[in-house]
Design a protein around this ligand. Structure first.
Ligand code: VTB
Ligand code: MG
Ligand code: MG
Length: 337
């Protein structure tokens, strides 16, 4: 009779172990805030996350190791992670989401990781970009990339019983968004332009009571999948569509679609298409200070604090974990941090 012995019973929440990996990456990257070297900051985050990941009891495979587009060091796609026992899982990492933000000491750099049962995560394939529209769960049914953004803003304003000019849309500051930005302004909504970091922006847009209502624009496909894992847990919504950069990438995507049934340039994909099923896990730790998470704070050589968001989609539990790290003890058994 009992198909799944864990159903209805509390079981392991692996996100509570993942938080150690994003904390380690954040602590390592934060040493390099404002130092002007995004490669070094990224490398520090990758190395630190990699070491702690191997302590997690799981049979993991990296399916999204962001870094290709920016030629950053990465936890390689296909790399085996964990101690090889237990759950067979897909892992998506961005050890430092916001390498330039970190190098320049700008807000909202995060370390992030997402995990889901094997096969659950969308494979980005050849497209490094996707168009994204994200917000809180109360407007999930209004998110449609085929409707002009100005009209969607009108519907969101009606739904929330506010004026369009009360709405704020967060947009990556990129020339490719010029038309969209003009359309949003034309509709009367306000815009918050950000230099990088659309995972953090998706979390902000999806939080009820945040000053931002929507995330709109073209960002990284890996970041889209990672955001989806978070939004599934916190009750937010995202719709996305692959965005080939040029004709060659479009051709490669069409070719890829012949052997991968769910790979379709025309399809709008929601959080449930990007991360299937109901049991994904997410952890993010702030590197630089931001609206969603406080960054790493050092208290001299003795200690440092981190703030993390830790979530699981099945239970919908979101935890904010503030940790105090004893840097002296860590130095003793881990080397300098
Ligand atoms: C976004 C942003 C990232 O890449 O996904 C962006 O969230 C999109 O690519 O922080 P471009 O920078 O090429 O526009 C990042 O900026 C870097 O991973
Ligand atoms: Mg990265
Ligand atoms: Mg990134």
């Amino acid at each position: 009779m009992t198909e799944n012995p864990s159903l209805g019973r509390p079981d392991r929440n692996i996100a509570l172990e993942l938080v150690r990996t994003t904390e380690a990456a954040a602590l390592a990257a934060a040493r390099l805030i404002g130092m002007g070297d995004k490669i070094a900051a990224d490398q520090a985050a990758v190395d630190a996350m990699r070491i702690v990941l191997d302590t997690v009891a799981m049979d993991g495979v990296v399916v999204i190791g962001e870094g290709e587009k920016d030629e950053a060091p990465m936890l390689y796609n296909g790399e085996q992670i964990g101690d090889g026992t237990g759950l067979a899982v897909d892992i998506a990492v961005d050890p430092l989401e916001g390498t330039t933000l970190t190098a320049k000491g700008m807000p909202s750099a995060l370390s992030v990781i997402a995990l889901a049962p094997r096969g659950a995560m969308f494979d980005p394939g050849p497209c490094v970009y996707m168009t994204k529209l994200a917000g809180a769960g109360d407007i999930a049914d209004l998110l449609d990339l085929d409707r002009p953004i100005g009209e969607t803003l009108g519907l969101v304003a009606d739904r929330r019983d506010v004026d369009i000019r009360d709405l704020t849309v967060v947009v990556l500051d990129r020339p490719r968004h010029d038309e969209g930005i003009a359309a949003i302004r034309e509709a009367g909504a306000r815009i918050r332009l950000i230099a990088d970091g659309d995972v953090s922006a998706a979390l902000l847009a999806a939080s009820p009571r945040s000053p931002v209502d929507l995330l709109w624009g073209v960002g990284g496909t890996p970041e889209g999948v990672i955001s989806a894992a978070a939004l599934k847990s916190m009750g937010g919504a995202i719709v996305t569509r692959l965005y080939p950069r040029d004709e060659a990438e479009r051709q490669a995507a069409v070719e890829y679609g012949r052997t991968h049934a769910d790979y379709d340039l025309d399809r709008q994909m929601t959080q449930d298409d990007l991360v299937a099923g109901d049991d994904c896990f997410f952890s993010a730790t702030g590197v630089t200070d931001g609206d969603v998470l406080q960054g790493v704070r050092y208290q001299g050589r003795r200690s440092a604090t981190t703030e993390s968001l830790v979530m699981r989609s099945r239970s919908g539990t979101t935890r904010r974990i503030v940790a105090t790290h004893n840097r002296e003890k860590l130095r003793e058994y881990n080397g300098e941090r």
